[in-house]
Ligand binder design. Structure first.
Ligand code: GDP
Length: 432
């Protein structure tokens, strides 16, 4: 059975939580392949709100079993909390959650290092230690989940960190936030406790997923963040530390690339960005305030106001190409109700002439100016619409233009937070 991958097409916060929740209903497995608890996915079940940062959103459906793959980085203290919270809210994890024994750990000193190095202010990170944990992984000095389960190895590793941290703080002319001896004692105790909570769930998830593949089961790979935060293909250096694109599902879960056949790209009907970095279609002033307020654009993880702007089809077209997107899940369409004239960027003007795709780095993207096309807006609320034929003509035209420029069909439109607020989009020849 081919594997489905779900990716964000923009800079994250596209509404992937809801899309994963909907697709999960039909899946046997849902697996996270990258990132850490810097990602935040929001799902509404009735009036109940769940914000998951590490455990796949599929856990909120009855059927699928969920995997946290080795491409992620796991903060054991945080994961323990998320597991406890879900259990307290009646979500059963036993026999449903599997944690890779090879995922690298985010340990408390990674948070310290992130602040010490100024990554948080320079890049606008979430201050959760994700970047330094991936740095240790690439530097081959990280600790993995399997090491966490060995109390002796954990203690030795944490004690080794004392010397490293002492050197780093001394070189920066600063004192650590806590005396190191005390901190290491506390971390060792807390990590050992988290290890016991995690132990029954830890396994070789590569083998698990390959058995599932062989048995013809359906697997959904849940991407975190968005295409343009990808370490390699995003707007470097304003990117995250992992592979967020569809190909990341192969490396982050150990699945063969040939198995990744369906790629769902989640794209907001406009654009948002958190943190630093160029954003060609960004709005300012009252227009920005108004769109931010309508869309509730404040970070699920940090509460920070998101930067907002028009839909950038140059970016979306590139996301379609890089990820091999087979269908777009367009979210937050309801938010555009009441805007008289809606703009979409269809090309960039650059110092070297017109461009139909974004340059791969931040300095060059900063020089791009969008070329806009104006489309008529609509006044009708979309929140209770459930059929394509009931959508206002202007909404249908907006969707068609997206498909033409991005080169990919839109397969569903989300028109509100609830699970049920979705309009399936028929194939172009069946739209009537
Ligand atoms: P993710 O990081 O891509 O998973 O994005 P989030 O899970 O943080 O989703 C962003 C927010 O948008 C959440 O509060 C969702 O409930 C909400 N949301 C998702 N789809 C829609 C939609 O179609 N309309 C509206 N108004 N809100 C939505």
């Amino acid at each position: 059975m081919p594997v489905t991958v779900l990716v964000g097409c923009q800079w994250g916060d596209e509404g992937k939580g809801k899309a994963v929740d909907l697709l999960s209903e039909r899946m046997d497995w849902v697996a996270r392949y990258g990132g850490g608890h810097n990602a935040g996915h929001t799902v509404f079940l009735g009036r109940e709100k769940f914000v998951l940062h590490l455990i796949p959103c599929g856990i909120l459906q009855k059927r699928p079993r969920c995997v946290i793959g080795h491409g992620t980085v796991i903060d054991p203290l945080y994961l323990q909390q998320e597991m406890n919270l879900l259990t307290q809210r009646g979500v059963n994890l036993n026999g449903r959650l599997y944690i890779s024994d090879c995922a690298h750990l985010v340990l408390p000193y990674h948070r310290w290092l992130e602040t010490l190095e100024g990554q948080d202010t320079r890049i606008g990170t979430t201050r959760r230690g994700i970047g330094p944990a991936y740095q240790d992984k690439a530097g081959r000095c990280g600790l993995r989940v399997r090491d966490l389960l060995d109390a002796g190895a954990l203690r030795v590793h944490l004690e080794d960190q004392a010397a490293r941290l002492e050197g780093r703080y001394r070189a920066a002319g600063q004192d650590p936030p806590e005396p190191l001896g005390l901190a290491i004692e506390g971390w060792t105790r807390a990590c050992a406790e988290a290890a016991e909570v995690m132990r029954p769930f830890v396994t070789d998830t590569v083998d698990l997923l390959h058995r599932a593949l062989q048995a013809g089961q359906r697997i959904l790979c849940e991407g975190a963040q968005g295409t343009f935060l990808d370490l390699d293909l995003g707007t470097y250096p304003y990117v995250t530390s992992s592979s967020t694109i569809a190909a990341g599902a192969a490396t982050g879960l150990g699945l063969p690339p040939s198995a990744l056949r369906t790629v769902v790209g989640v794209c907001k009907a406009y654009t948002t960005r958190v943190g630093e970095g160029p954003f060609p279609t960004e709005l300012a002033g009252e227009e920005a305030e108004s769109l931010r307020a309508r869309g509730g654009e404040y970070g699920a993880t940090t509460g920070r106001p998101r930067r907002v702007g028009w839909l950038d089809l140059v970016q979306l077209r590139q996301a379609v190409r890089i990820n091999g997107i087979t269908g777009i899940f367009l979210t937050k369409m309801d938010v555009l109700t009441g805007i008289a004239k809606i703009r979409v960027a269809t090309a960039y003007v650059t110092p070297d002439g017109a461009a139909d795709r974004p340059p791969p780095d931040a300095p060059r993207l900063a020089l791009c100016r969008p070329e806009y096309e104006d489309l008529p807006g609509w006044e009708e609320s979309l929140r209770s619409t459930r059929r394509w034929i009931d959508l206002p003509e202007a909404v249908q035209a907006y969707v068609r233009r997206i498909e033409e420029v991005a080169g990919c069909r839109v397969q569903a439109i989300s028109v509100g937070s609830p699970r049920t607020a979705v309009v399936p989009v028929p194939a172009p020849d069946r739209r009537g």
